[in-house]
Design a protein around this ligand. Structure first.
Ligand SMILES: [Zn+2]
Length: 248
């Protein structure tokens, strides 16, 4: 449990250092001993999240013991994905800048490079407007969360029209990896599109890259990336809350 919380704090710091999240965005992990709960920070910017900020939530998105702490409004994204998919162990939600254009145009986000194969063959777009009409565009209750989870289907990513994206993984490391490379792919695909006709990875290539990644060999894939990102985010120095103490 301690190791998982440390990894969750590290994931917050990494996603901030890699500019996947800014003041907003969040990452969660399923509770290691109780599959009916998940762990996520209280509402604060990921870059300054520490171990003491991590809270427990049930799969209806409600905190187990809030103790006056403010929670992320969009915790229902996480709750609904854990409810719908027993295989999902970690969820990232963010508004990274290169991704959003693909959620508001006809252009489909598809892997253009080896390292981005884990985003899947074509990332679906969820539009809150389709079922809920005019909203604040935030996933603010379970019906919206469940509708989003349906759009994810059996994939790993979904774009959210006029808002951002959500990524799911079998581990914190996998979810962080996919979230980082979803942003990378969006930037590469956009740049390539300005130069000429883009050649995307084939379905067979995507399958082969992902099969290799899922084997999780030491020195390859998620672990190598995680170690590198921990260094860039200065995670090793401390996973305690950094920045000014706010008296919580
Ligand atoms: Zn959001």
């Amino acid at each position: 449990m301690d190791a998982l919380i440390e990894d969750l704090v590290a994931a917050n710091r990494i996603l901030a250092a890699e500019r996947v999240v800014d003041a907003f965005g969040h990452v969660s992990a399923r509770h290691p001993e109780n599959a009916g709960c998940f762990l996520m920070s209280r509402a604060r910017a990921p870059e300054i999240v520490g171990k003491s900020d991590i809270m427990e939530f049930t799969l209806d998105g409600e905190p187990v013991d809030a103790r006056g702490r403010k929670t992320h409004l969009e915790r229902f994204i996480h709750a609904a994905l854990y409810e719908a998919r027993p295989d999902i162990q970690s969820v990232v939600h963010n508004h990274s800048r290169s991704v959003i254009p693909f959620a508001i145009t006809e252009e489909k986000l598809k892997p253009v490079a080896h390292s981005c194969a884990s985003i899947g063959q074509e990332v679906p777009v969820w539009d809150a407007q389709d079922k809920f009409g005019d909203t604040e565009l935030l996933v603010s209750d379970m019906p919206m969360g469940r509708d989003l989870a349906r759009a994810v289907g059996d994939g790993k990513c979904v774009l959210m029209r006029g808002h951002g994206c959500t990524v799911a993984g079998n581990s914190i490391r996998e979810a962080v990896y996919i979230a980082v490379y979803l942003e990378v792919n969006a930037e590469l695909q956009w740049k390539a599109g300005r130069l000429g006709k883009t050649v995307f990875l084939t379905a067979g290539e995507i399958e082969k890259v992902n099969a290799r990644l899922s084997q999780g060999k030491p020195g390859e894939g998620y672990e190598t990336a995680w170690e590198y990102w921990c260094g860039r985010a200065d995670v090793a120095s401390s996973t305690d809350a950094k920045g000014p103490r706010l008296g919580f």
